[in-house]
Design a protein around this ligand. Structure first.
Ligand SMILES: [Ca+2]
Ligand SMILES: [Ca+2]
Ligand SMILES: [Ca+2]
Ligand SMILES: [Ca+2]
Length: 476
C-alpha cells in the first residue's frame, strides 16, 4: 500500500496548487512528433497518413492506425507528464483507442522518454512501460520484423520476415484496395523496398473459431487500444487493477512501470515524450491484420483522496482447449500498483480432481471437463485471478495441428479440395464476413466448386468433431 507522511502530503498539496495554476485544464496531446506505421489496411488512407496522425492532438477525438506489429507514433503534451504519487491509482496519463468490447483489443506497448539533454527532441532513452504481459516467457524483447514492398498499384499481400526465423504476410482484403505499404508521398522516411521495425512482441490472444465473431481478448493492464472507454469527461482515470471501467476508461498508464533494457524498474519523475507501438503480430482472418488505433490521450491530475484496488494477479493464457495427461507450464505474477512484487508467492488451486501442479508450476490434468484455475497471493487469498479452459482427451491432439486440413489448389480457379478431410462441416465466407457456401460431411475426394464465386479472398471455417479452424483460400 502507498502511505504518505504528513509532510509529503503538504508538499504534494503545494505542488498541486502550482500545477493547477500552470496547467489550467487537463492536458491533451499538443504535438505528434513522429508517425511510422507498419503496413496495414488503413495505411495510405485518411486513417493512415500524416493528417490522421495530427488528428489525435487536442480535445477532439481523432483516429490514427498504427498498422501491423511495430508501427508507432510519438507525441508530447505541452508540459511534461508528471509521475505524481498523488495521482489516482498512480495513473499519470490515459491513451484512448477504439475497442468496442473486451474482445476487440489491439494491444500496443507504451514507452516514455525524458528530454535529458533538454533539446526538445525525442533523442534520449526510451523506457518501456512494462504491462501485464511483459514478464511472460512468451513475450519477445528485441523482436524485429522486416516488411517488403510488394510494389503493386493496388492492395497486395505484404510479405514479412522476423528475427525468430518466421515469415508471413499482412494480407490484402477486399475492404481496402490501396497499397498497404507506407508510400513515399505520405511517409518519405520509409524505405520503399524494405524496412524493419523492432520492439517487444506479446503473444496474441485471439480466437478465430467463430468466423462471424472473431475475438482478440483484452490484456490485463498496460497496453493501449486494449480497454473500452468510460465517461471521457470524468476527472478520474480507469483503475487498471480492476476489470470494471471506472472514470474515463481507456488505457491508464503509470510512469512507475518504466523498465530499462534489462527489464529492471527505473525511477522517472516525469515523461516528456510518449511512444505507442503495436505489440502483436497477428491476422484476424477476414478482418485483416491486427492493428492498433489511437484516438487521443489525456494527462491525469492529482487527487490524493481517490482510493481503490491496488493489487492484482495476472495469469498467462492457456489454450482454450487443453489435453489430458499433457504438461502445461503455468505462469502468473503478483502486482502491486502494476509492479511485480518479488516477495509474493502465487498459490494455484483448481476445481478438477486428478489435477497436479508441481513445484515448477507444470500442470497435468487426468480428467476431462471444464478446468477452473485460480492463482492467488499467498499472503492474501482474497487477491486472485481465474482462468477457464476445456480439458479434452489425448486422442484429440492430431486435430489441433493446423496443417492437417490443407487447401489445394490454392489459389483456386474452379474448385478446391481439403486434405485429410472426413466428415467435415465447411463454411465459406467472403471478405465482408458473409457466408457464401456451406458444405456438410465434406471428404478429401469432394471437389468444392467455386466457379460462380467472384475473384478474391475467402475464409473457410472448417469444423471436425472436436475443433474448428479458419483457413484462407484465394479464388482467381
Ligand atoms: Ca504514476
Ligand atoms: Ca532530447
Ligand atoms: Ca478498471
Ligand atoms: Ca482498435
Amino acid at each position: 500500500m502507498f502511505t504518505h507522511t504528513k509532510t509529503m502530503k503538504k508538499t504534494s498539496f503545494f505542488l498541486f496548487l502550482l500545477l493547477v495554476g500552470f496547467k489550467v485544464n487537463a492536458q491533451y496531446i499538443s504535438e505528434v512528433i513522429e508517425y511510422t506505421p507498419a503496413p496495414g489496411q488503413f495505411i495510405n488512407t485518411s486513417y493512415g497518413n500524416p493528417e490522421a496522425a495530427q488528428s489525435i492532438t487536442g480535445t477532439a477525438t481523432g483516429l490514427v492506425s498504427l498498422g501491423a506489429f511495430g508501427g508507432y507514433i510519438v507525441f508530447k503534451f505541452q508540459n511534461p507528464v508528471e509521475n505524481n504519487p498523488d495521482n489516482p491509482y498512480g495513473i499519470d496519463f490515459t491513451v484512448f483507442g477504439n475497442p468496442a468490447s473486451v474482445n476487440s483489443a489491439e494491444p500496443a506497448s507504451v514507452f516514455v522518454m525524458k528530454d535529458k539533454n533538454n533539446n526538445g527532441l525525442p533523442d534520449d532513452t526510451w523506457y518501456e512501460l512494462a504491462g501485464s504481459d511483459y514478464f511472460f516467457s512468451s513475450s519477445i524483447k528485441n523482436y524485429e520484423i522486416s516488411y517488403t514492398n510488394p510494389n503493386q498499384s493496388v492492395a497486395a499481400d505484404v510479405p514479412w520476415t522476423d528475427n525468430q526465423n518466421s515469415s508471413g504476410f499482412v494480407y490484402a482484403n477486399d475492404f481496402h484496395t490501396q497499397p498497404y505499404y507506407p508510400n513515399s508521398e505520405n511517409f518519405p522516411a520509409v524505405n520503399q523496398s524494405e524496412y524493419t521495425l523492432s520492439g517487444t512482441k506479446i503473444e496474441a490472444a485471439i480466437d478465430l473459431s467463430d468466423a462471424a465473431n472473431i475475438k482478440s481478448y483484452r490484456r490485463a493492464f498496460g497496453y493501449a487500444d486494449n480497454h473500452t472507454r468510460g465517461n471521457i469527461n470524468s476527472p478520474l482515470p480507469d483503475n487498471p487493477y480492476t476489470e470494471d471501467i471506472e472514470g474515463t476508461g481507456g488505457d491508464a498508464f503509470d510512469i512507475s512501470w518504466a523498465v530499462d533494457e534489462n527489464g529492471n524498474y527505473v525511477d522517472l519523475n516525469e515523461a516528456d515524450f510518449i511512444k505507442v507501438q503495436c505489440a502483436v503480430n497477428a491476422n484476424l482472418a477476414w478482418l485483416g491484420e491486427l492493428s492498433t488505433e489511437i484516438t487521443r490521450a489525456l494527462d491525469v491530475a492529482p487527487d490524493a483522496s481517490v482510493n481503490g484496488t491496488e493489487d492484482m494477479v495476472v495469469i498467462k493464457d492457456l489454450p482454450k482447449k487443453i489435453l489430458t495427461n499433457t504438461p502445461y507450464q503455468l505462469e502468473a505474477f503478483a502486482f502491486h500498483l502494476g509492479k511485480i512484487i518479488p516477495t509474493e508467492n502465487i498459490i494455484w488451486t483448481t476445481n478438477l480432481a486428478g489435477t497436479v501442479i508441481n513445484e515448477n508450476n507444470i500442470l497435468n490434468v487426468s480428467e476431462v471437463g471444464t478446468l477452473v484455475l485460480t492463482a492467488s497471493f499467498e499472503s492474501n487469498p482474497d487477491i486472485f485471478a481465474n482462468f477457464v479452459t476445456e480439458v479434452t482427451e489425448q486422442a484429440d491432439i492430431e486435430h489441433l495441428k493446423q496443417d492437417k486440413y490443407k487447401i489445394y489448389p490454392n489459389p483456386a480457379v474452379s474448385y478446391f479440395q481439403i486434405k485429410n478431410s472426413k466428415n467435415l462441416n465447411v463454411e465459406m465466407y467472403n471478405s465482408y464476413g458473409k457466408c457464401v457456401k456451406k458444405i456438410l460431411d465434406c471428404s478429401e475426394t469432394d471437389k468444392i466448386n467455386i466457379e460462380t464465386l467472384s475473384k478474391g479472398i475467402y475464409f473457410l471455417k472448417i469444423e471436425d468433431k472436436n475443433n474448428s479452424f479458419i483457413k484462407k483460400v484465394i479464388k482467381n
